[in-house]
Design a protein around this ligand. Sequence first.
Ligand code: PBG
Length: 331
Amino acid sequence: MTVAYPALRLRRTRATAWSRALHRETQLSPTDLIWPLFVTEGSEAEEPVGSLPGVSRWSVDGIVARAREAIGLGIPCLALFPNTPPERRDERGNEALNPDNLMCRAVRAIRDAVGSDIGVLTDIALDPYTSHGQDGLIDAAGYVLNDATVEVLVVQALNQAAAGADIIAPSDMMDGRIGAIRAALEQGGHANVQIMSYAAKYASAFYGPFRDAVGSRGLLKGDKQTYQMDPANAEEALREVALDLAEGADSVMVKPGLPYLDIVRRVKERFEVPVFAYQVSGEYAMLEAAAAAGAGDREALVLETLTAFKRAGCSGVLTYHAAYAARLLGG
Ligand code: PBG
């Protein structure tokens, strides 16, 4: 006797909630989430970011409160970005080298308050500190210089490590910066400080709200296409990852997230190393706009997209929805 509609048999395991739970291949948990936070000057200051509904910049005391909140929710790591006051920005981004800058003060405050109960990831790049909004030093034509920038990034990384950062995350896309930072960390007595490289970072249209949050959007002239990757390229992402791993990266990041899950999958299959994705500000804004417009249910949209990152091969996701999602997941 022939079996009718054999494909329909796949549905058997989906008929009940317990069975769906039993067969689920991907488990999302609060421990998969890294929470990006924006730091601002002042005390007890909360400044909502207009283009990121539900996201605020916090003064250092508020950042410490968010760290405690994250610990309570089971989120293992924060990512910090400073909104440097305009008067402290200059052509060379010198404030990045100030050991008492906003970023370093926030790291120390978290360390003093909660010890090593949560990881702190700090961003390496000059864009929150330059008067032109580029990630590196520029020449007279506005071209971002590689080697001169790397020298400055190394000092920025050492300051952040000295302040207590656990993971140094270079987002600048200069060539050779991972090796230079790794060597400096070893020599500087920071052998256990990790490097998560923004290895495959694309010149994306999805970064706009972030640039509002760190105050660089209005300053930026032109774009970042001379150093960030062309969205059309995938093989080049594999070359970027190979270089950063050879130079000493402990983990690699793909950024943005959802439009680049094919890159996540290819990197994971090729290198078998921890891969993270950054669900960036424009993606967050897009989901929030969809939910606000009634185009989808916020809870379901957030959990589905975060699950997709894990399914694609991510060890974790940087997402502005981290606290919201951790709550949904019972954290
Ligand atoms: C800059 C940096 C950017 C983001 C993280 N680090 C923006 C850029 O490259 O212009 C974007 C993150 C986001 O959009 O959420 N070094």
